[in-house]
Each structure stands twice: as structure tokens, then as C-alpha cells.
Design a protein around this ligand. Structure first.
Ligand code: PLP
Length: 412
């Protein structure tokens, strides 16, 4: 979507100047807080808690200590000599697959768990789709010593049984959600409901840069460590900034975390890659920014996949982590501002990229992250010899059942 109704230059300048989110929790025209009255006090308390603690030096010291000693940060920057040769450009990976529990989600989960402790919460709730955020939240809660309840769609519990087991081993209670679509969207609704019913003692750890203000801001701040580290590493280890930075976009947390430090760098192009699934038709993909339109979903005004009557569409992607009909409001802003290009990658191309990285570099990427690799391959074709930085959001071990029935079955 191009957005002629927006003053793109102004939006970009305001974004770089750090004016978003504004006092209303808006990223330009997007974001905000579209929730029932009953949720407002809890969101305001959270906002106040963030203002007080998030950037305070004692909180930051504690957060950084967990990043270092428990998550294993900074994660490596890896130059891919053999993949670069195959695809014809210089490719570096920011290795979020090496973060504890195998993906970037832990950066956010531990940050919010620490914040919950500061705010005196007695228990944590979280939602999960594929189970990755549930596992990260369960691990973070175990680490800080808070009980954890994870809401998960009953359909997802069946599809992602190993992650349900992991959460339980980590001490979390997993509650099946049997209403709505019985997947991620229903799980978020249920978590918000549980939060409203006990807002003083409960802290809700949301899993991506979505939801009502202040969640998109909070998650961005906690994931921005990815881009900050990568920027420094490129300068120190790769001799300069990349020509392009590429990340996959589901709800948008690994991407906004990777992008944030690079948005002001005018020489760096930025690309977000969504799930193109099996095609352009409604229901065949989860490419919200590529094919969606503006609307409100789960408390935020952003882009979403809806039909002409505003009914949210079912989505499809081979990667469970990208399979969501909405996207964080800051991405809608970066699209409207013309700063980030959003495109999509098909299931089939993503599977091929899993194979390419595995056999050239000995790194098995998550199917989600493979979408970003597809973007890198396509960019390399048009810009031979260029410098590409890819955010490798997670590792692919969790995807073995899918890979067994696709790549390894010789089906593709
Ligand atoms: C959850 C997940 C994603 C998608 O979520 P974002 O919020 O868009 O980052 C991407 N990669 C991996 C490995 C994930 O687990």
C-alpha cells in the first residue's frame, strides 16, 4: 500500500526525532488505545510503571545483567562466506537464534518479568500462539520467581504439543482457550480478559509489538537491543554499516527491535518480509502490510487483514510465528513514512531458504527467519556485491515436524 494521504516526510522526521509514541500512544496516525473502559486503569498503571522504571539506571543494570549472564548477549554477528558466494552479495546474520530459548522473544519476556517484579505483581499471564513466547515467558518467570499462566488456543496446543510440555516443565500453567478461532487471536483476547479481572496483582506479558499503548512501545524498547548491538558489531567487525537491513515481520517485534537503531541511518535501506503463504488471496497468507488495510485489532489502530465488512480474515503461513492477521502500529507508521519497504515471501521460498542456510553455513534457521533470508536472496539478485544484514530471529529445531513433512519428504 502506498499512502498518499499521509505526509510521509513529516512522519519520518517526527519518528527519527523520537516523537512517537506521542502522549496518546500514537505512532503518527496509528497505535492508540482502543479498549473497553475497564482496561484503561491497568494500562495507565503500566504506562506509569514504565515511565518510572524502564530507563532508570538500577532497572537497566538488572536487565543488562540478565541479558548477559542468562540470555548470552551480545549475540554473535556471523559473516556467511558460502551463502554470500551462492547468492552473490555479502551477507551477515544477527544471531538471535543463539539467544537463550532459541529466539529473540526472551529479550522481551525477561524485561517485562523484571518490570512486573518492580511493580509488585504477584503473578504473570501471557498468551502464546506457536508456543515460543509462552516458553520464553515461562522461562523468564522461573528465573525471577513469579508464577506464570499461559493462555493458548486449543488448536495450537495440539499443533505445538512439545512447547506445551516445555512450558509445563518450566513451571507454567497452560490454559486452553476454546473460544473464537482457538488460536493466537483468541488467546490474546482471553489474556486481556484475565488481566481486567485482576489488574492489581497480575502483569500481562504480551509477546509482540502489538496491542494497546503502551505495549508496542514497551516491546520495542526491550527488543531494540538487537539493532543496537548489530549496529556496533557491523561498524567494529564488518567495517561499516550494511546497505540493507532485512527482518521477518509477524506481529513485528524482532523487526522493530532490529530496525530501531537503523531508522535514522539514511544510507541503510530497510526491508520487512511478511508471510506470503501460498498466494495473494485472502486467507492464503499473513502479509498484513502487503495486502491489508487500516483498522482496529486488539486495542490498536494499525494495518490488518480484513474483508470488506471489516471481518478479520483467517491467515495462513507455513511458519506459525508469522501467522497473525495484524501487525504492530509502528510498522504501519514506517510504511506510511516510506522508511521501510514491506514485501512477502512464499512458503515454498522460505522452505528453500531453510535448506540454503543449513547446507552452506551449518545454521538451521526458524521458518520465520527464513522469510528474511528470502528477502536477502531477492535483494542480492538486484544488487550484486551489496552488503546485507539479516536479523536471524530464531533457530529451526522447533520446526522439525513441518520440515519432515515438507523439505525432507521431497514434497517440494
Ligand atoms: C514469534 C517469532 C517471530 C515473529 O514474531 P515477531 O514479533 O514479528 O518478531 C519471528 N521469528 C521467530 C523465531 C519467532 O519465534
Amino acid at each position: 500500500m502506498t499512502a498518499p494521504q499521509f505526509d510521509s516526510e513529516r512522519l519520518l522526521a517526527d519518528s527519527i526525532a523520537g516523537k512517537f509514541p506521542d502522549a496518546q500512544g500514537r505512532f503518527g496516525p496509528f497505535g492508540g488505545r482502543y479498549v473497553p473502559e475497564t482496561l484503561i486503569p491497568a494500562l495507565e498503571r503500566l504506562e506509569e510503571g514504565i515511565r518510572k522504571h524502564l530507563h532508570a539506571s538500577d532497572f537497566q543494570a538488572e536487565y543488562k545483567q540478565q541479558l548477559k549472564s542468562w540470555i548470552g548477549r551480545p549475540t554473535a554477528l556471523t559473516y556467511c562466506a558460502r551463502l554470500s558466494e551462492r547468492w552473490g552479495a555479502k551477507i551477515w546474520l544477527k544471531r538471535e537464534d543463539l539467544a537463550h530459548t532459541g529466539a529473540h522473544k526472551i529479550n522481551n519476556a525477561i524485561g517485562q518479568a523484571l518490570l512486573a517484579k518492580r511493580l509488585g505483581a504477584k503473578r504473570i499471564i501471557a498468551e502464546t500462539g506457536a508456543g515460543q513466547h509462552g516458553v520464553a515467558s515461562a522461562a523468564a518467570c522461573a528465573r525471577v520467581g513469579l508464577p506464570c499462566v499461559v493462555y493458548m488456543g486449543s488448536v495450537d496446543m495440539e499443533r505445538q504439543a512439545p512447547n506445551v510440555g516445555r512450558m509445563r516443565l518450566l513451571g507454567a500453567e497452560v490454559i486452553p482457550v476454546t473460544n473464537g478461532d482457538k488460536t493466537l487471536r483468541a488467546a490474546i483476547d482471553e489474556a486481556l480478559r484475565a488481566w481486567v479481572s485482576d489488574p492489581l496483582d497480575t502483569f500481562y506479558i504480551i509477546g509482540s509489538a502489538v496491542g494497546p499503548h503502551p505495549f508496542p512501545y514497551l516491546v520495542r524498547e526491550l527488543q531494540a537491543v538487537i539493532g543496537r548491538e548489530a549496529r556496533t558489531q557491523m561498524l567494529e567487525e564488518a567495517g561499516g554499516l550494511p546497505d540493507v537491513l532485512i527482518a521477518c515481520v509477524g506481529g513485528g517485534s524482532n523487526s522493530i527491535g532490529a530496525f530501531h537503531a537503523f531508522v535514522p541511518e539514511k544510507s541503510v535501506a530497510i526491508i520487512g518480509v511478511e508471510a506470503g503463504g501460498r498466494g495473494k488471496g485472502l486467507g492464503d497468507n499473513a502479509a498484513t502490510l502487503s495486502y491489508g488495510s487500516p483498522g482496529v485489532l486488539q486495542g490498536s489502530f494499525s494495518m490488518l487483514l480484513q474483508d470488506q465488512d471489516g471481518q478479520i480474515q483467517e491467515t495462513h503461513s507455513v511458519s506459525a510465528g508469522l501467522d497473525y492477521p495484524g501487525v504492530g502500529p509502528e510498522h504501519a507508521l514506517l510504511l506510511a513514512a516510506g522508511r521501510v519497504r514491506y514485501q512477502s515471501a512464499s512458503d515454498e521460498d522460505a522452505l528453500e531458504a531453510v535448506k540454503a542456510l543449513s547446507e552452506t553455513e551449518g545454521i538451521l534457521p526458524a521458518l520465520e527467519s527464513a522469510h528474511a533470508l528470502v528477502g536477502a536472496k531477492q535483494w542480492a539478485q538486484k544488487n550484486p556485491g551489496g552488503r546485507i544484514l539479516v536479523c536471524l530471529s530464531g533457530r529451526g529445531d522447533k520446526d522439525m515436524p513441518t520440515l519432515q513433512s515438507t523439505l525432507l519428504a521431497g514434497a517440494r
